[in-house]
Design a protein around this ligand. Structure first.
Ligand code: PLP
Length: 427
Protein backbone atom coordinates (compact mmCIF):
# COMPACT_ATOMS: atom_id res chain seq x y z
CA UNK A 1 0.00 0.00 0.00
CA UNK A 2 1.11 3.50 -0.65
CA UNK A 3 -1.51 5.74 0.96
CA UNK A 4 -1.30 9.51 0.43
CA UNK A 5 0.36 11.29 3.31
CA UNK A 6 -0.66 14.57 4.84
CA UNK A 7 1.91 17.31 5.45
CA UNK A 8 2.24 16.05 9.02
CA UNK A 9 2.40 12.46 7.78
CA UNK A 10 5.17 13.28 5.33
CA UNK A 11 7.10 15.19 7.95
CA UNK A 12 6.72 12.66 10.75
CA UNK A 13 7.44 9.63 8.59
CA UNK A 14 11.00 10.89 7.96
CA UNK A 15 13.68 10.29 10.54
CA UNK A 16 15.76 13.31 11.50
CA UNK A 17 19.28 13.81 12.78
CA UNK A 18 21.00 10.94 14.49
CA UNK A 19 18.05 8.60 13.98
CA UNK A 20 18.69 8.79 10.22
CA UNK A 21 22.38 8.00 10.71
CA UNK A 22 21.59 5.09 13.02
CA UNK A 23 20.22 3.25 10.00
CA UNK A 24 23.63 3.54 8.29
CA UNK A 25 25.35 2.41 11.49
CA UNK A 26 23.13 -0.63 11.89
CA UNK A 27 23.71 -1.57 8.25
CA UNK A 28 27.47 -1.10 8.68
CA UNK A 29 27.52 -3.35 11.74
CA UNK A 30 25.43 -5.96 9.96
CA UNK A 31 27.40 -5.90 6.71
CA UNK A 32 30.75 -5.96 8.53
CA UNK A 33 30.20 -9.48 9.88
CA UNK A 34 33.61 -10.61 11.04
CA UNK A 35 34.98 -7.07 11.30
CA UNK A 36 35.15 -5.87 14.89
CA UNK A 37 33.85 -2.34 15.19
CA UNK A 38 34.36 -0.09 18.17
CA UNK A 39 30.93 1.45 18.30
CA UNK A 40 31.10 4.85 19.98
CA UNK A 41 27.85 6.10 18.47
CA UNK A 42 25.29 4.87 20.95
CA UNK A 43 23.09 7.08 23.08
CA UNK A 44 21.83 4.02 24.93
CA UNK A 45 23.17 4.00 28.50
CA UNK A 46 25.14 0.97 29.66
CA UNK A 47 23.59 -1.45 32.14
CA UNK A 48 25.42 -0.79 35.40
CA UNK A 49 24.95 -3.75 37.79
CA UNK A 50 24.17 -1.61 40.87
CA UNK A 51 21.60 0.37 38.92
CA UNK A 52 19.97 -2.73 37.49
CA UNK A 53 19.82 -4.15 41.03
CA UNK A 54 18.05 -1.03 42.30
CA UNK A 55 15.32 -1.44 39.67
CA UNK A 56 15.15 -5.19 40.31
CA UNK A 57 14.66 -4.54 44.05
CA UNK A 58 11.95 -1.94 43.40
CA UNK A 59 10.22 -4.41 41.08
CA UNK A 60 10.37 -7.16 43.72
CA UNK A 61 8.80 -4.77 46.24
CA UNK A 62 6.06 -3.88 43.80
CA UNK A 63 5.34 -7.53 43.00
CA UNK A 64 5.08 -8.32 46.70
CA UNK A 65 2.81 -5.38 47.46
CA UNK A 66 -0.98 -5.27 47.31
CA UNK A 67 -0.65 -2.35 44.85
CA UNK A 68 0.46 -4.58 41.99
CA UNK A 69 -2.95 -5.25 40.44
CA UNK A 70 -3.97 -1.61 40.78
CA UNK A 71 -0.75 -0.56 39.06
CA UNK A 72 -0.68 -2.84 36.03
CA UNK A 73 -4.29 -3.99 35.58
CA UNK A 74 -5.94 -0.55 35.59
CA UNK A 75 -5.76 2.69 33.68
CA UNK A 76 -4.70 5.69 35.72
CA UNK A 77 -4.66 9.46 35.61
CA UNK A 78 -2.96 11.26 32.73
CA UNK A 79 -1.05 13.45 35.13
CA UNK A 80 0.79 10.47 36.57
CA UNK A 81 0.65 7.68 39.14
CA UNK A 82 -0.16 9.48 42.41
CA UNK A 83 2.65 7.96 44.54
CA UNK A 84 5.24 9.02 41.93
CA UNK A 85 3.81 12.53 41.70
CA UNK A 86 3.90 12.79 45.52
CA UNK A 87 7.44 11.39 45.65
CA UNK A 88 8.66 14.05 43.18
CA UNK A 89 6.86 16.86 45.05
CA UNK A 90 8.36 15.83 48.39
CA UNK A 91 11.83 15.18 47.03
CA UNK A 92 12.07 18.49 45.17
CA UNK A 93 10.50 20.58 47.93
CA UNK A 94 12.95 19.16 50.46
CA UNK A 95 16.00 19.19 48.21
CA UNK A 96 15.53 22.61 46.61
CA UNK A 97 13.34 24.46 49.15
CA UNK A 98 10.42 24.73 46.73
CA UNK A 99 6.71 24.80 47.48
CA UNK A 100 5.44 22.55 44.70
CA UNK A 101 2.07 20.86 44.85
CA UNK A 102 1.01 17.85 42.81
CA UNK A 103 -0.50 20.26 40.27
CA UNK A 104 3.01 21.30 39.24
CA UNK A 105 3.93 17.80 38.03
CA UNK A 106 3.28 15.80 34.89
CA UNK A 107 4.64 12.32 34.16
CA UNK A 108 5.07 11.46 30.47
CA UNK A 109 6.07 8.31 28.57
CA UNK A 110 9.73 9.34 28.26
CA UNK A 111 10.79 12.96 28.01
CA UNK A 112 10.89 12.92 24.19
CA UNK A 113 7.08 12.95 24.23
CA UNK A 114 7.13 15.89 26.63
CA UNK A 115 9.09 17.97 24.08
CA UNK A 116 6.68 16.84 21.38
CA UNK A 117 3.73 18.16 23.41
CA UNK A 118 5.56 21.37 24.28
CA UNK A 119 6.83 22.06 20.76
CA UNK A 120 3.35 21.65 19.27
CA UNK A 121 1.30 23.24 22.02
CA UNK A 122 3.43 26.40 22.09
CA UNK A 123 5.22 26.40 18.71
CA UNK A 124 3.60 26.49 15.28
CA UNK A 125 0.61 28.47 14.02
CA UNK A 126 -1.75 30.14 16.50
CA UNK A 127 -5.51 30.19 15.92
CA UNK A 128 -5.03 33.59 14.24
CA UNK A 129 -2.38 32.17 11.87
CA UNK A 130 0.67 33.70 13.51
CA UNK A 131 3.84 31.56 13.58
CA UNK A 132 5.21 31.00 17.08
CA UNK A 133 8.83 29.93 17.15
CA UNK A 134 10.47 27.18 19.13
CA UNK A 135 13.76 28.74 20.11
CA UNK A 136 16.88 26.67 20.76
CA UNK A 137 19.19 29.28 22.28
CA UNK A 138 22.43 27.39 21.86
CA UNK A 139 23.20 25.23 18.85
CA UNK A 140 24.36 22.41 18.68
CA UNK A 141 21.77 20.72 20.86
CA UNK A 142 19.78 17.50 21.17
CA UNK A 143 19.08 16.08 17.71
CA UNK A 144 15.64 14.90 18.85
CA UNK A 145 14.37 18.51 18.92
CA UNK A 146 14.53 18.34 15.11
CA UNK A 147 11.78 15.77 15.05
CA UNK A 148 9.37 17.06 17.67
CA UNK A 149 7.64 19.88 15.81
CA UNK A 150 4.89 19.28 13.28
CA UNK A 151 5.76 22.68 11.79
CA UNK A 152 9.45 22.53 10.82
CA UNK A 153 9.65 26.25 10.01
CA UNK A 154 8.89 27.01 13.67
CA UNK A 155 12.23 25.67 14.88
CA UNK A 156 14.92 28.36 15.19
CA UNK A 157 18.35 27.70 16.67
CA UNK A 158 21.07 30.22 17.47
CA UNK A 159 24.74 29.97 16.64
CA UNK A 160 26.87 30.08 19.81
CA UNK A 161 30.06 31.96 20.59
CA UNK A 162 33.16 29.83 21.13
CA UNK A 163 35.25 30.12 24.23
CA UNK A 164 38.59 28.60 23.11
CA UNK A 165 41.58 27.59 25.20
CA UNK A 166 44.03 26.97 22.36
CA UNK A 167 46.96 25.79 24.49
CA UNK A 168 44.83 23.15 26.24
CA UNK A 169 43.01 22.05 23.03
CA UNK A 170 39.72 22.71 24.83
CA UNK A 171 36.70 24.82 24.04
CA UNK A 172 33.20 25.59 25.27
CA UNK A 173 30.08 26.94 23.59
CA UNK A 174 28.32 29.92 25.09
CA UNK A 175 24.98 31.45 24.12
CA UNK A 176 25.41 34.54 21.97
CA UNK A 177 23.18 37.01 23.79
CA UNK A 178 23.96 39.68 21.19
CA UNK A 179 21.98 37.60 18.66
CA UNK A 180 19.49 35.60 20.74
CA UNK A 181 16.02 36.95 20.07
CA UNK A 182 13.10 36.03 22.31
CA UNK A 183 10.07 38.14 21.49
CA UNK A 184 6.29 38.02 21.10
CA UNK A 185 7.00 35.70 18.15
CA UNK A 186 8.48 33.08 20.48
CA UNK A 187 6.27 30.19 21.55
CA UNK A 188 8.70 28.35 23.81
CA UNK A 189 12.40 27.90 24.48
CA UNK A 190 14.10 24.50 24.83
CA UNK A 191 17.66 23.50 25.68
CA UNK A 192 19.42 20.57 27.27
CA UNK A 193 21.54 21.08 30.40
CA UNK A 194 23.88 19.13 30.53
CA UNK A 195 23.80 19.11 26.75
CA UNK A 196 23.63 16.13 24.44
CA UNK A 197 25.83 16.14 22.24
CA UNK A 198 28.46 18.51 23.67
CA UNK A 199 28.48 17.89 27.43
CA UNK A 200 28.11 21.65 27.90
CA UNK A 201 26.43 22.93 31.04
CA UNK A 202 24.97 26.41 30.68
CA UNK A 203 25.93 28.43 33.75
CA UNK A 204 23.29 29.42 36.30
CA UNK A 205 23.61 33.03 35.12
CA UNK A 206 23.16 32.08 31.46
CA UNK A 207 20.01 30.11 32.34
CA UNK A 208 18.60 32.97 34.43
CA UNK A 209 19.32 35.41 31.61
CA UNK A 210 17.46 33.26 29.06
CA UNK A 211 14.50 32.84 31.42
CA UNK A 212 14.46 36.60 32.08
CA UNK A 213 14.40 37.33 28.32
CA UNK A 214 11.39 35.00 27.95
CA UNK A 215 9.44 36.14 31.04
CA UNK A 216 7.98 39.42 29.70
CA UNK A 217 6.35 37.51 26.82
CA UNK A 218 4.95 34.72 29.00
CA UNK A 219 7.14 32.25 27.14
CA UNK A 220 7.79 28.93 28.90
CA UNK A 221 11.43 27.79 28.99
CA UNK A 222 11.83 24.01 28.95
CA UNK A 223 15.10 23.00 30.55
CA UNK A 224 15.82 19.48 29.40
CA UNK A 225 17.56 17.96 32.41
CA UNK A 226 17.78 14.42 31.02
CA UNK A 227 21.36 14.33 32.39
CA UNK A 228 20.94 16.77 35.28
CA UNK A 229 20.89 16.36 39.05
CA UNK A 230 19.40 14.94 41.26
CA UNK A 231 19.01 11.93 38.92
CA UNK A 232 20.87 10.79 36.88
CA UNK A 233 23.23 13.55 38.12
CA UNK A 234 25.43 13.25 35.04
CA UNK A 235 26.97 16.65 35.66
CA UNK A 236 30.73 16.66 36.16
CA UNK A 237 30.81 20.33 37.00
CA UNK A 238 28.89 22.03 39.78
CA UNK A 239 25.41 23.03 38.60
CA UNK A 240 22.17 23.98 40.29
CA UNK A 241 18.79 23.22 38.76
CA UNK A 242 17.12 26.57 38.21
CA UNK A 243 13.41 27.02 38.90
CA UNK A 244 11.21 30.01 38.18
CA UNK A 245 7.74 31.06 37.12
CA UNK A 246 8.32 30.47 33.42
CA UNK A 247 10.79 27.59 33.81
CA UNK A 248 9.68 24.03 33.17
CA UNK A 249 12.18 21.67 34.71
CA UNK A 250 12.05 18.49 32.60
CA UNK A 251 13.56 15.21 33.65
CA UNK A 252 14.01 11.72 32.28
CA UNK A 253 14.71 8.48 34.09
CA UNK A 254 16.30 6.99 30.96
CA UNK A 255 19.89 7.77 31.89
CA UNK A 256 19.14 6.65 35.44
CA UNK A 257 18.78 3.12 34.16
CA UNK A 258 15.16 3.06 33.07
CA UNK A 259 15.05 3.90 29.33
CA UNK A 260 12.88 0.88 28.57
CA UNK A 261 10.12 2.03 30.91
CA UNK A 262 9.78 5.48 29.27
CA UNK A 263 9.45 7.88 32.19
CA UNK A 264 9.71 11.65 31.75
CA UNK A 265 8.74 14.21 34.38
CA UNK A 266 7.88 17.89 33.93
CA UNK A 267 7.87 20.25 36.89
CA UNK A 268 6.57 23.80 36.58
CA UNK A 269 3.71 26.21 36.19
CA UNK A 270 0.28 24.71 36.82
CA UNK A 271 -1.34 26.12 33.68
CA UNK A 272 1.46 24.94 31.41
CA UNK A 273 1.25 21.51 33.06
CA UNK A 274 -2.51 21.45 32.38
CA UNK A 275 -1.98 22.16 28.67
CA UNK A 276 0.63 19.42 28.40
CA UNK A 277 -1.53 17.00 30.36
CA UNK A 278 -4.48 17.44 27.99
CA UNK A 279 -2.13 16.98 25.04
CA UNK A 280 -1.01 13.73 26.64
CA UNK A 281 -4.57 12.52 27.30
CA UNK A 282 -5.36 13.04 23.63
CA UNK A 283 -2.15 11.42 22.42
CA UNK A 284 -1.69 8.38 24.62
CA UNK A 285 -3.59 8.62 27.95
CA UNK A 286 -0.62 8.13 30.25
CA UNK A 287 2.85 6.70 30.86
CA UNK A 288 3.45 3.08 31.89
CA UNK A 289 2.26 2.65 35.46
CA UNK A 290 4.68 -0.16 36.18
CA UNK A 291 7.61 2.16 35.40
CA UNK A 292 6.05 4.92 37.49
CA UNK A 293 5.45 2.62 40.45
CA UNK A 294 9.05 1.42 40.63
CA UNK A 295 10.28 5.00 40.08
CA UNK A 296 8.15 6.15 43.04
CA UNK A 297 9.88 3.60 45.26
CA UNK A 298 13.39 4.50 44.05
CA UNK A 299 12.80 8.24 44.59
CA UNK A 300 11.05 7.94 47.97
CA UNK A 301 13.78 5.72 49.41
CA UNK A 302 16.47 8.13 48.24
CA UNK A 303 18.08 5.18 46.43
CA UNK A 304 17.91 6.75 42.98
CA UNK A 305 19.60 10.00 43.99
CA UNK A 306 22.28 8.08 45.93
CA UNK A 307 23.13 5.70 43.14
CA UNK A 308 23.21 8.58 40.67
CA UNK A 309 26.04 10.33 42.51
CA UNK A 310 27.83 7.24 43.82
CA UNK A 311 27.69 5.04 40.69
CA UNK A 312 26.31 6.65 37.52
CA UNK A 313 28.19 9.95 37.63
CA UNK A 314 31.68 8.56 38.49
CA UNK A 315 31.27 5.80 35.91
CA UNK A 316 30.80 8.20 32.97
CA UNK A 317 33.12 10.86 34.37
CA UNK A 318 35.88 8.27 34.38
CA UNK A 319 35.09 7.37 30.75
CA UNK A 320 35.48 11.02 29.81
CA UNK A 321 38.87 11.13 31.56
CA UNK A 322 40.01 8.06 29.60
CA UNK A 323 38.94 9.71 26.35
CA UNK A 324 40.46 13.07 27.19
CA UNK A 325 43.81 11.70 28.33
CA UNK A 326 44.07 9.40 25.29
CA UNK A 327 43.41 12.30 22.93
CA UNK A 328 45.91 14.47 24.81
CA UNK A 329 48.56 11.82 24.26
CA UNK A 330 47.66 10.65 20.78
CA UNK A 331 46.52 13.75 18.92
CA UNK A 332 49.11 15.73 16.98
CA UNK A 333 50.13 18.71 19.14
CA UNK A 334 50.66 21.01 16.18
CA UNK A 335 47.16 20.55 14.77
CA UNK A 336 44.16 22.59 15.76
CA UNK A 337 41.84 20.15 17.52
CA UNK A 338 39.51 21.02 20.35
CA UNK A 339 37.62 18.84 22.76
CA UNK A 340 34.52 20.42 24.28
CA UNK A 341 34.89 20.76 28.04
CA UNK A 342 33.44 17.62 29.59
CA UNK A 343 30.90 19.12 31.94
CA UNK A 344 28.34 16.31 31.82
CA UNK A 345 26.15 13.85 29.85
CA UNK A 346 27.49 10.66 28.26
CA UNK A 347 29.28 12.03 25.21
CA UNK A 348 32.41 13.83 24.15
CA UNK A 349 32.36 16.42 21.36
CA UNK A 350 35.40 16.94 19.19
CA UNK A 351 35.92 19.92 16.91
CA UNK A 352 38.50 19.72 14.12
CA UNK A 353 38.84 23.23 12.63
CA UNK A 354 39.56 23.29 8.89
CA UNK A 355 39.01 19.54 8.66
CA UNK A 356 39.93 18.82 5.01
CA UNK A 357 36.80 16.68 4.49
CA UNK A 358 33.22 16.91 5.79
CA UNK A 359 32.13 15.37 9.08
CA UNK A 360 30.20 12.75 7.09
CA UNK A 361 33.32 11.78 5.10
CA UNK A 362 35.33 11.75 8.32
CA UNK A 363 32.75 9.36 9.81
CA UNK A 364 33.27 7.10 6.76
CA UNK A 365 37.07 7.26 7.18
CA UNK A 366 36.73 6.24 10.83
CA UNK A 367 34.49 3.32 9.84
CA UNK A 368 37.36 2.13 7.63
CA UNK A 369 39.56 1.79 10.74
CA UNK A 370 36.76 0.11 12.67
CA UNK A 371 35.55 3.07 14.74
CA UNK A 372 32.01 4.40 14.65
CA UNK A 373 31.17 7.89 15.93
CA UNK A 374 28.34 10.23 14.94
CA UNK A 375 28.91 13.05 12.42
CA UNK A 376 28.34 16.36 14.18
CA UNK A 377 26.23 18.07 11.54
CA UNK A 378 23.19 16.08 12.72
CA UNK A 379 23.14 18.07 15.97
CA UNK A 380 22.23 21.48 14.62
CA UNK A 381 18.43 21.22 14.27
CA UNK A 382 16.90 24.59 13.47
CA UNK A 383 20.21 26.21 12.46
CA UNK A 384 19.75 26.74 8.75
CA UNK A 385 22.56 29.20 8.12
CA UNK A 386 25.80 28.07 6.52
CA UNK A 387 28.53 27.54 9.08
CA UNK A 388 31.65 25.51 8.34
CA UNK A 389 31.86 24.48 11.99
CA UNK A 390 28.77 22.27 11.49
CA UNK A 391 30.87 19.95 9.28
CA UNK A 392 33.91 19.95 11.56
CA UNK A 393 32.65 18.09 14.64
CA UNK A 394 31.89 14.54 15.78
CA UNK A 395 30.09 13.13 18.81
CA UNK A 396 31.82 10.28 20.61
CA UNK A 397 29.76 8.21 23.02
CA UNK A 398 31.18 7.33 26.43
CA UNK A 399 29.33 4.02 26.43
CA UNK A 400 32.31 1.92 25.25
CA UNK A 401 34.66 0.04 27.59
CA UNK A 402 37.77 1.97 28.72
CA UNK A 403 39.84 -0.08 26.31
CA UNK A 404 37.49 0.56 23.39
CA UNK A 405 37.49 4.29 24.09
CA UNK A 406 41.30 4.41 24.31
CA UNK A 407 41.84 2.31 21.16
CA UNK A 408 39.11 4.20 19.31
CA UNK A 409 40.73 7.56 20.11
CA UNK A 410 44.21 6.33 19.12
CA UNK A 411 42.84 5.25 15.75
CA UNK A 412 40.96 8.52 15.37
CA UNK A 413 44.16 10.47 16.11
CA UNK A 414 46.01 8.60 13.34
CA UNK A 415 43.24 9.27 10.82
CA UNK A 416 43.26 12.96 11.77
CA UNK A 417 47.03 13.17 11.35
CA UNK A 418 46.91 11.54 7.92
CA UNK A 419 44.07 13.73 6.73
CA UNK A 420 45.75 16.99 7.67
CA UNK A 421 49.12 15.81 6.27
CA UNK A 422 47.60 14.91 2.92
CA UNK A 423 45.83 18.24 2.75
CA UNK A 424 49.05 20.14 3.68
CA UNK A 425 50.98 18.31 0.92
CA UNK A 426 48.32 18.90 -1.71
CA UNK A 427 48.10 22.58 -0.72
C1 PLP B 1 19.01 15.70 25.88
C2 PLP B 1 18.00 14.63 25.74
N1 PLP B 1 16.71 14.94 25.93
C3 PLP B 1 15.74 14.02 25.83
C4 PLP B 1 16.03 12.72 25.49
C5 PLP B 1 14.89 11.75 25.36
O1 PLP B 1 14.97 10.82 26.36
P1 PLP B 1 13.72 9.96 26.89
O2 PLP B 1 12.58 10.14 25.93
O3 PLP B 1 14.22 8.58 26.96
O4 PLP B 1 13.39 10.54 28.24
C6 PLP B 1 17.35 12.34 25.28
C7 PLP B 1 17.69 10.97 24.89
O5 PLP B 1 18.79 10.61 24.61
C8 PLP B 1 18.37 13.32 25.41
O6 PLP B 1 19.66 13.03 25.21
Amino acid sequence: MNPALTQFGAHMSKLTGVRAIMKDIIETLRAGAGQQFINLSAGNPLILPEVEQLWRDCTAQLLASPDYGEVVCRYGSSQGYAPLVEAVVEDFNRRFGLSLSERNILVTPGSQSLYFYAANAFGGYTTSGELKQIVLPLSPDYTGYGGVTLVPEALIAYKPTLDIDAAAHKFKYRPDFSKLSITEKTGCVIFSRPCNPTGNVLTDDEVKKIAALAAPYDVPVFIDSAYGPPFPALNFTQMTPIFGNNIMHCMSLSKAGLPGERIGIAIGDEQVIEVLESFQTNACLHASRYGQAIAARAITSGGLADISTSVIRPFYQNKFTVLESTLNEAMPKDLPWFLHRGEGAIFAWLWLPDLPITDWEFYQELKRVGVIVVPGSTFFPGLEEEWKHKQECVRISLTGSDEEIATGMQRLAKVVQQLYQVSAVSA
